[in-house]
Design a protein around this ligand. Structure first.
Ligand code: ATP
Length: 267
């Protein structure tokens, strides 16, 4: 399923407050990515190289992309997004070229974050791929990672839900040598995520987010976001009969009665 929200794709204003249920994972990411990006002098002083590559690993829709955007935003870093499958589709030699260009642009824009979504699609185990194009792309990515100077202040964050499927060479020291597991949210996490996605919604008195969190076992962030969107659409459907479509705007008294009810969520 396609979970990407096009609107969010253009926005870089997501913050840590817009991510639910990831608690200490956010602290890990801050330590690994935000600190070195914001205060490179800390690491220089200690004489250690900050991480160049971090692998986020977890099921689809758990917030990996959103987390990468939030870190970029909160670190005041430029955000470069590479969609794995998309870059793969290009013509002969084009994929490598595109990859090189993005790394170059990101280097110039530093501090910056390059986010590679679904990295397994561009860097599968070389032993298991037959196509020359795939092999060349993995090799190109390795070269680019190695070429990143640690003082250059660019961090590559990659996401996958199949960490065992990516080329082992990518996980060696100096490449994606840090790994952060992003899990499916528990009840508390789901409650937090529901809170985030209903933040700006007028909710009916009977809406009980704790109850919704209890009854949505197995839902990930993307599912919960979809659930609140659907509920809002139900609310719009209910008010439709009261709208006069000849009017350019909706009268305030009608708008004031618009709220998302418990039933809208349960539909
Ligand atoms: P994929 O691996 O499929 O790309 P992902 O893990 O990168 O998924 P996102 O694209 O970040 O997931 O999430 C999709 C949408 O789901 C987000 O835009 C957001 O609306 C919602 N969402 C997912 N996880 C969370 C979360 N932890 N907190 C709040 N919203 C979330």
């Amino acid at each position: 399923p396609e979970y990407v929200e096009p609107k969010e794709a253009r926005r870089a204003d997501v913050t840590y407050d817009d991510i639910g249920g990831l608690g200490s994972t956010i602290d890990q990411v801050r330590e690994m990515v935000e600190l070195p990006l914001r205060y490179p002098e800390l690491f220089q002083r200690l004489g250690v190289d900050p991480p160049k590559g971090v692998l986020l690993h977890g099921p689809p829709g758990t917030g990996k992309t959103r987390l990468a955007r939030a870190v970029a935003n909160e670190s005041h870093a430029e955000f470069f997004h590479i969609a794995g499958p998309e870059i793969m589709g290009s013509a002969y030699g084009e994929s490598e070229k595109r990859l090189r260009e993005i790394f170059e642009e990101a280097g110039k824009a530093a501090p910056s974050i390059i986010f590679i979504d679904e990295i397994d699609s561009i860097a599968p185990k070389r032993g298991q791929v037959t196509g020359e194009a795939e092999k060349r792309l993995v090799a190109q990515l390795l070269t680019l990672m190695d070429g990143l100077e640690s003082r250059q202040n660019t961090v590559v964050i990659a996401a996958t839900n199949r960490p065992e499927a990516i080329d082992e060479a990518l996980r060696r020291p100096g490449r994606f040598d840090r790994e952060i597991v992003i899990g499916v949210p528990d009840e508390r996490g789901r409650r937090e995520i529901l809170g985030i996605h209903t933040r700006g919604m007028p909710l009916g008195d009977k809406v009980d987010l704790a109850e919704l969190a209890r009854t949505t076992y197995g839902f990930v962030g993307a599912d919960l976001a979809a659930l609140t969107r659907e509920a809002a659409i139900e609310a719009v459907r209910r008010i439709m009969p009261r709208l006069n479509l000849e009017e350019k705007t909706i009268p305030p008294d009608v708008l004031d009665t618009l709220s998302v009810t418990r039933e809208d969520f349960l539909e």
